[in-house]
Design a protein around this ligand. Structure first.
Ligand code: G6P
Length: 612
């Protein structure tokens, strides 16, 4: 969380930085700020979104060809103008933007106060720039050396960029646990939290590694050292992001665009892997650790948020098809409860951003214990992708809306392919079953496209329910994680309280909440538990709850007993989540729009959660 962008070159820095911040706004949008260098440092900061900053600064901003910028997701100190980044040193000659948390900021601050420093903000970041200033004053070293020495005293996570009035051609960037990418343009450099602000200027990038410090100097070029002061040879990579994928393309919101892109993102995810003509699934990451996967005693999924829900679907898939025990762990809990991890465990980390701090920490722990880590990640080159032993990209393309949609369905697609491959290798499904799954998976993009046709009906239902205070989502089997995901989507973007529950578990608690006010979304697409779901629906109806049922076109019974029916195409039960989540995404979206909520940037959330 928090987005950083910085520029040094020959162009005006401000427009590049503002545009970059707009691209990174999904990472946090409590406040934003910019420092422009032109001999002096000029700082502009505003509470609220990047747009607020731009309205305030655009007519008064000084000209300059070097600068740093930041969009904030508050950790230390409320979102206001003062706590917004950049933060400056006492003499105002240094400024910093920071993503992460300096955990030991309090003792450092105390010491600095003793030495005469005073602080304006409540942030941990301001302490770091004062520490750098203090070290520079005492050691009389260039700014990059002061940064390096300061970082030795710091506990926590950081991606930082520092700018100095006294060294006006250079920026100093460093990272530990929070991402930073350096773009190498012609006579110019960009530094950013991800590649999206960089892609229109250059395709050549370097992903900084933990505890590396980079200097980008418009006269001397790039140099990287590690925190121990050893030179590092940079590894330049080429970006594959398409610029148009970063635009809304005619849709009102990124989230709606991304919901509608899902048929194509699944095609991209399947491309080169699902080969129906040969009757095979080809996945190089899988093949690389095939023996370990086949012989693993169990699989452990670690993830957060929507990716955790994908992991839950994964549990059903792998246990059902490949008959291998699976545990699904919240990454945030995993390492704090002294988990039992064995060398023959395979850890499957699922993450859209590839930067989620808790998921990253979980895989580092698993690696320490000797387990093999397989990463299912969307953002190419991200930290989890690089730190996993092997993996598979989801190829969903950039996902900008904070509420995850197409990343989820592509995660499910990868998990399905992996479960099928493993089932085949472990001989837990017959060849005919395997082939029928391959065929069904081939048909999913078209079926998903057909599923999107429910949108008009959903708009109508959204209008009926936009003012309620609570929602319940019920599902069984493969649809239980989808009920959780539907509830999460609604909470995230419409701020309506919603709970997902296993349908049969309802009678152990949530049934007490049901009255004529309570909408209950029932996932009723499972063939195997169809009658049982009908009983659950009757239980809700007997208490006057209002049923919104998601059924398949095959349904004959539920359409007569539910208050509202959303009928979607049918596929094999194990693949149904790929379709059944779509109406829930649309329902959350349309309710949020009718409630006038900021769909793409819901309050208090950020897309990439790089703090614990
Ligand atoms: C945040 C986002 C969610 C996402 C979760 C995990 O909470 O708002 O949409 O599911 O982080 O993120 P990851 O990038 O690891 O999938």
């Amino acid at each position: 969380m928090c987005g950083i962008v910085a520029y040094v070159g020959n162009k005006e820095a401000y427009p590049i930085l503002i545009k970059g911040l707009q691209r990174l706004a999904y990472r946090g949008y409590d406040s934003a700020g910019i420092a422009i260098g032109n001999g002096d440092l000029h700082i502009y900061k505003k509470k609220g979104k990047v747009q607020n900053l731009n309205e305030y600064a655009k007519d008064i901003v000084e000209s300059g060809t070097i600068g740093v910028a930041h969009t904030r997701w508050a950790t230390h100190g409320e979102p206001n103008d003062v706590n917004a980044h950049p933060h400056t040193s006492t003499n105002g000659r240094l400024a910093i933007v920071h993503n992460g948390i300096i955990e030991n900021y309090a003792p450092i601050k105390k010491e600095l106060i003793k030495r005469g420093h005073s602080f304006e903000s409540d942030t941990d970041t301001e302490v770091l720039i004062h520490l750098i200033e203090e070290i520079q004053k005492i050691e009389k070293v260039p700014i990059e050396e002061a940064v390096r020495l300061a970082l030795h005293s710091v506990v926590g996570a950081y991606a930082i960029v520092v700018i100095s009035q006294d060294e006006p051609d250079k920026l100093v960037a460093a990272r530990k646990s929070s991402p930073l990418v350096i773009g190498l343009g012609e006579d110019e450099f960009l530094v950013a939290s991800d590649a999206t602000p960089i892609v229109e200027y250059t395709k050549n990038v370097i992903y900084l590694n933990d505890e590396e410090i980079a200097v980008v100097d418009r006269k001397k070029g790039l140099s990287i050292k590690n925190i121990e002061n050893q030179e590092v040879t940079p590894y330049v990579q080429e970006l594959e992001i398409q610029l148009e994928k970063l635009e809304k393309g005619g849709y009102e919101h990124f989230m709606l665009k991304e919901i509608h892109e899902q048929d194509n993102s699944i095609i991209d995810c399947l491309r080169g892997r699902l080969l129906p003509q040969d009757g095979i699934i080809s996945m190089s990451g899988f093949t690389e650790i095939e023996k370990r996967l086949v012989n693993a005693k169990r699989l452990i999924f670690v993830a957060c948020g929507t990716s955790w829900h994908a992991g839950l679907v994964g549990e059903y898939l792998f246990e059902d098809l490949a008959r291998i025990p699976v545990e699904v762990e919240y990454a945030s809990e995993f390492r704090y409860r002294n988990p039992v991890i064995n060398e023959d465990d395979v850890i499957i980390a699922i993450s859209q951003s590839g930067e989620t701090a808790d998921t990253l920490a979980a895989i580092r722990l698993a690696k320490e214990k000797g387990a093999t880590v397989f990463g299912i990640v969307n953002v190419v080159g991200s930290t989890i992708a690089r730190e996993s032993h092997v993996g598979a990209y989801t190829h969903a393309g950039p996902e900008i809306g904070v509420a995850s949609t197409k990343a989820f369905t592509t995660q499910l697609t990868v998990l399905t392919m992996m479960a099928l491959k493993l089932a085949k290798k472990r001989n837990t499904i017959s060849n005919e079953q395997y082939q029928s799954y391959i065929q069904a998976l081939t048909n999913i993009p078209q079926l998903l496209k057909d599923t999107l046709k429910v949108e008009e009906k959903i708009k109508y239902i959204a209008d009926e329910f936009k003012d309620v205070h609570n929602f319940l989502y019920l599902g069984r089997g493969y649809n239980f994680p989808i009920a959780l995901e539907g509830a999460l989507k609604l909470k995230e973007i419409s701020y309506i309280h919603a709970e997902g529950y296993p349908a049969a578990e309802m009678k152990h608690g949530p049934i007490a909440l049901i009255d004529e006010q309570m909408p209950v979304v029932v996932m009723a697409t499972n063939e195997s538990a169809y009658e049982k779901i009908i009983s659950n629906i009757q239980e809700v109806k007997a208490r006057k709850g209002r049923i919104i049922a998601i059924t398949t076109h095959k349904d004959q019974i539920i359409q007569d007993i539910a208050d509202y029916v959303i009928s979607i195409p049918e596929t094999l039960e194990a693949l149904m989540p790929l379709l059944s989540v779509v109406p829930l995404q649309l329902l959350a979206y349309h309710i949020a729009v009718l409630r006038d909520c900021n769909v793409d940037q819901p309050r208090n959330l950020a897309k990439s959660v790089t703090v614990e």
